[in-house]
Design a protein around this ligand. Structure first.
Ligand code: HSE
Length: 311
């Protein structure tokens, strides 16, 4: 049943999850973005307001991730009405927690509820991808797909993406520590080498395969032994002061793995539930020793994706 106005929520996400650059990501239950969408008689997309953690974002729809996602959706569907949105940012800008993706996803999920015949989520994915491209300069799905579908999500393909929600052992928690600094996704992508050593490719491929098989079989030792990004993390870690110490702190306190969330600077660690508090404390302390204060959360991984919520 369609409505004239709705509010949708889309959760933050950990992109890449270390070993799956641009193809793997998972939801975080601590924070997210909300978009209020309203039908208007005149066609076109309009952004009425942006509030919350980051208000210094473009109000022109074609330069805004949520706006661009809706322009793409309205064009593809030849919508006979317009949509006005108000964006409420819960995810800090440039944090590596998938903020641009979450706004785009919340926008398309909200707009979808305004349609006479709402589309399946897989159809919404491509519209949200167009939004994400505005922010990062490239089309990648590792934040969009989990924010939309929920949980740990693998995406195969770009033109006709296939989505797989991967089961995660229930005892696992994700510790997230967001140091108070801004890192541009564009810049974090620009510094990456365009080619990869064959030996690194073999190692990373084995790690991704091992990690996924560990998730499917509830094999924590396999997850731990394959949780290492040998390609992207060594290049990007220099952008995050104290990264090495933060990772060492997490691993010394029994984390299964620790890496950069998306393009950073948030650092995340997977661990069993009973180690999570200790890991969080030492990671925050390690950042403090590098003069960085931080927000921090402990999240489950198998959490819900984007959805319509009460106003
Ligand atoms: N996979 C992307 C990257 C996520 O690491 O650049 C950032 O949005």
């Amino acid at each position: 049943m369609n409505q004239d106005s709705v509010t949708a929520f889309a959760p933050a996400t950990v992109g890449n999850v270390g070993i799956g650059f641009d193809i793997l990501g998972h939801t975080v239950n601590a924070v997210g973005d909300r978009v209020h969408a309203r039908r208007t008689p005149e066609r076109g997309i309009r952004i009425a307001s942006i509030t919350g953690t980051s208000t210094n974002l473009p109000m022109q729809p074609e330069k805004n991730t949520a706006g661009m996602a809706l322009i793409s959706m309205a064009g593809a569907l030849s919508l006979p009405f317009g949509i006005e949105i108000s964006i409420e940012k819960g995810i800090p800008l440039g944090s590596g927690l998938g903020g641009s993706a979450a706004s785009a996803v919340a926008a398309v999920v909200g707009a979808n509820a305004l349609l006479e015949e709402p589309l399946p989520k897989l159809d919404l994915l491509k519209f949200a991808m167009q939004g994400e491209a505005v922010a990062s300069g490239s089309v990648h799905v590792d934040n969009i797909a989990p924010s939309l579908f929920g949980g740990l999500v693998l995406t195969v393909g770009i033109d006709h993406p296939r989505i797989k929600q991967i089961p995660v052992p229930p005892s696992i928690r994700c510790v997230l520590v967001h140091p108070h600094m801004f890192l541009s996704t564009r810049e974090a992508r620009r510094i990456l080498r365009k080619s990869v050593d064959l030996s690194d490719l073999v190692w990373q491929t084995a790690n991704l395969a091992g990690f996924l098989s560990g998730c499917y079989t509830n094999d924590l030792a396999m997850i731990r032994d394959s949780f290492e990004d040998v390609i992207i993390e060594p290049q990007r870690s220099q952008l995050i002061p104290g990264f090495k110490a933060v990772k060492q702190a997490a691993m010394a306190n029994r984390a299964l793995g620790c890496s950069i969330s998306g393009a950073g600077p948030t650092v995340f660690a997977w661990c069993e539930e009973h180690f999570a508090e200790g890991i969080r404390t030492t990671m925050v302390e390690a950042f403090a020793e590098h003069n960085l204060t931080a927000d921090h959360w402990i999240s489950t991984i198998d959490t819900e994706g984007a959805r319509v919520v009460a106003d």
